[in-house]
Design a protein around this ligand. Sequence first.
Ligand SMILES: Nc1ncnc2c1ncn2[C@@H]1O[C@H](COP(=O)(O)OP(=O)(O)OP(=O)(O)O)[C@@H](O)[C@H]1O
Ligand SMILES: [Mg+2]
Length: 260
Amino acid sequence: MPSAAAVHGPSAIADVARAFHELVQKASLIRELESSSRRLAALSARVTQAQEEDRARIARELHDGLGQALTAVKMDLSAAGRQLGPEATATRRRVVDARKLIDESLEELRRLVFDLRPPALDTLGLAAALEAYGREWQERTGVTVTVEAERFEPRLPFEVETALYRICQEALANAAKHAQASRATIRVAREEDRVGVVVEDDGVGFDVAASTESENGPVGVGLLSMERRAADLGGVFHIESAPGRGTTVRVSVPLHREGQ
Ligand SMILES: Nc1ncnc2c1ncn2[C@@H]1O[C@H](COP(=O)(O)OP(=O)(O)OP(=O)(O)O)[C@@H](O)[C@H]1O
Ligand SMILES: [Mg+2]
């Protein structure tokens, strides 16, 4: 039988060898790319987790440190006010003003702590935290929101509760900022061995493909960050929207992850 070189000549063999070499190079590039994207994803998950732990620590310190100190000063002022004689009208007024200022600062501190890390998320769990957030959001935006969240027993892990809470927070923030909605709904429910989250609004909707990528990349970080948080938990993120048809964000994450 004639050899390949005899049939196609030495240049054909060289071509095949070059093509083969290129394929091997491409395969190894793809492997390198896959491995660096895995490392990047792991890093992003670690950064998010560290950020959440920092937020929780700062919230605790603000609440226990500054919050307690302001409350103590307010009580001291009240005690001092009671010792003032009837002639000290001007001083009494200043005490009243100072107490009012402390009350306003305490209220601002409470909002800040809530925003950094809602206390209900640590004490009562995801469902209660979302209900509290829904009430606060409705009051602030005037948009009616319904929260139907299942109570998981035992509670979901810290990182799952945190990620799902932040996803709902961003979806509602988008509804408030862009949707001109009159109603919004949050649903959290178990779906066999997964937990599913749906955040829906009946607002103006948008063209998902056109609005998420401008010439310079994504428009905002909200949608990307929801998707990233779901992916960090081994879950999936999906958004459905069309102009005039409202917006629905769906997330599904596994309850148990292999190797954890
Ligand atoms: N519920 C919604 N209703 C209408 N449009 C929306 C809704 N959610 C997102 N969009 C559109 O998608 C775009 C991208 O949303 P994304 O959350 O990523 O960014 P953003 O809200 O503009 O900024 P950021 O979240 O970084 O503060 C928005 O600018 C808006 O045009
Ligand atoms: Mg946003």
